[in-house]
Ligand binder design. Sequence first.
Ligand code: GRF
Length: 221
Amino acid sequence: MSGRKRVGVLISGRGSNLQALIDAAREPDYPAEIALVISNVPGVEGLARAEAADIPTRVVNHKDFASRPDFETALEAALHEAGVELLCNAGFMRLLTEGFVTRWLNRHLNIHPSLLPAFKGLHTHVRVLESGAKISGCTVHFVRAAMDDGPIVAQAAVPVEPGDTEETLAARVLAAEHRLYPHALRLVASGAVRVDGEHVVGMSQQNGKTALFSPPLPGTF
Ligand code: GRF
């Protein structure tokens, strides 16, 4: 497929969501290709996954920089060199400055393992279990300066089962993440959705009009 969006993926670890994006981008009709994977942590499994798929990788270790802006300058140099048009955080464990977020506004996605705006931040699954919630899930959203904040592209829900532990709930949510992220990136990369007033809305050119629709969600129940 020609005209595929060049995507950069930021990781810090295991890279199973990266793997889901790599696998999706192998489909001939997928509207995005993974042009570069950057990890801020050396030696992580996600880098090996990218290398196995012949995708260029870079390590930009935040510990090598005196300040967050210096770290981000190095990140952006690598992204621009690779011609990256869209950015996906996939288990990327660094907060980014407002300057960086503004420069990538509405071209930058994150995945979080809860149904946002509930349960932002770390240790999500433990807090879901402590809350007694009966449904959890995952969210892909455009990145804003506040953590786990920004216009929601797509969500998938999973049940919280009696007897769940952090591990069993995390595994159920992760399986949903692996379906959701490729779906959400497809919507964004193909231009099927846009941000309108901090909400994500659908675009359709039927009858010369722009129609709004709710993006179909990959169900997991
Ligand atoms: C995922 O649960 C993601 O939602 C969260 O961190 C985890 C990363 O897992 N932000 P992986 O590195 O993609 O396997």
